[in-house]
Design a protein around this ligand. Structure first.
Ligand SMILES: Cc1ncc(COP(=O)(O)O)c(C=O)c1O
Length: 385
């Protein structure tokens, strides 16, 4: 009998073990201070945790409604209306998702067909491209440059063709820690106005923004909001990345297609957690205080780093800080990243893995969502380099 291989060709031939896994494993092996992974090493609010326990004990242990618990969708709607002055109908325009990752995958799957082009701004978080490629789409890149990582809107506009179906934006931006300004959003709005391009706006760090700046959500700009999926993550906002609950908002006609995919990918999201989040969100200070909370951590980290040889521009948002190591070494970023783990006991993420063609910009990404003692140890190590 002929041997028939089970796998003829990978659908994602270029996907390897992610840099996060590789670095995380190495950091554990060498017992390094780990500032590589993008999640807190401190606990979430006890109040939130006990709300989940209450929901479990009160019998919310069966499927939630497909688009999400209605009470949660209602508070999400109120939050967006208060912050960004746009009303999303909880019935038809808001869906609770398995983290922002599912929201992103679902929006791409619902709209991207073979040979559709999707503009991706690089450096980019790593979940966009596999979703585009799995659906037969083609990522089209706009590479940003150090140290400002600003989008040149003329370059951006040149990438638009009659095949462009979607643009993916991320503000505040992982990994650069930059944010898009009102002017940026207005320029984007003007460029997209004569087109039928969909905007996928990844805003998972919406509540981590510094120095009194405003988060310019796509939902604040009517012509953008009318064509946008805006994705958010409770994991990032409430220090519970392991719960994997987020949401997505979009005009009803877009959301209708989104839900067709969501329905058959996951059907619905963890019910007791949704009940707890609905209660917890009723107090706006639970998310409005986050800027301050993380600004203190950013400031502490940067004050310490000032005494080091690294160059940097202060992060404007997210819980990441890029450090330019060129005054210390001209090694490839993956090489110095690995060396710092093994020889100095500190882990970070080399940025080349987020860039087009793995371009080396001599940048390492450090996550400051860490306990004070972790940050103190990290600063001490970095200042000795
Ligand atoms: C820019 C960006 N988008 C999306 C996600 C995924 O969010 P979630 O954990 O809610 O799926 C992350 C997580 O690191 C991220 O940094």
């Amino acid at each position: 009998m002929d041997y028939k291989p089970l796998i003829n060709a990978s659908k994602l031939p270029d996907v390897k073990t992610t840099i996060f896994t590789t670095v995380g494993n190495l950091a554990r092996e060498h017992n390094a201070i780990d500032l590589s992974q993008g999640f807190p090493n401190f606990e979430a609010d006890d109040k939130l945790k006990s709300l989940v326990t209450d929901a479990l004990n009160n019998g919310y242990n069966q499927y939630a409604p497909m688009p999400g618990y209605f009470g949660l969708r209602e508070v999400i709607s109120e939050k967006i209306e208060t912050l960004h002055n746009r009303t999303y109908d909880p019935e038809n325009e808001i869906t609770v998702t398995v983290g922002a990752t599912e929201a992103i995958f679902t929006a791409i799957t619902a709209f991207i067909n073979i040979a559709d082009e999707v503009i991706v701004i690089k450096p980019a978080y790593d979940c966009y491209e596999p979703a585009i490629i799995l659906n037969g789409g083609i990522p089209v890149y706009v590479q940003l440059d150090t140290p400002d990582y600003k989008i040149d809107w003329t370059v951006f506009q040149q990438k638009i063709t009659d095949k462009t179906k979607m643009v993916i934006l991320n503000t505040p931006h992982n990994p650069s820690g930059t944010i898009l300004s009102k002017l940026d959003m207005e320029q984007l709005e003007k460029i997209l106005k004569p087109t039928n391009i969909i905007l996928l706006s990844d805003e998972v760090y919406e509540h981590i923004i510094f120095d009194g700046q405003v988060h310019e959500s796509a939902s604040r700009f009517p012509d953008l909001a009318n064509r946008s999926f805006v994705c958010a993550s409770f994991g990032k906002t409430f220090h519970v990345t392991g719960w994997k609950v987020g949401y997505c908002v979009a005009p009803a006609e877009l959301m209708k297609e989104f839900r067709k995919v969501h329905q058959f990918a996951v059907f619905c999201v963890d019910h007791p957690v949704q009940r707890a989040l609905a209660e917890y969100l009723k107090n706006p200070s639970h998310y409005l205080d986050l800027n301050n909370f993380y600004q203190k951590k950013r400031n502490f980290f940067l004050e310490g780093i000032k005494l080091s040889k690294f160059k940097f521009k202060p992060s404007q948002g997210t819980y990441f800080q890029l450090l330019d190591y060129s005054p210390i070494s001209n090694e490839e970023d993956e090489v110095i990243g690995e060396r710092l783990i093994i020889e100095n006991g500190i882990a970070s993420i080399p940025i080349s893995s987020f860039n087009v063609d793995n371009r080396n910009d001599h940048m390492l990404r450090f996550c400051f969502a860490k306990k004070q003692e972790t940050l103190e140890k990290a600063v001490e190590i970095l200042c000795k380099l």
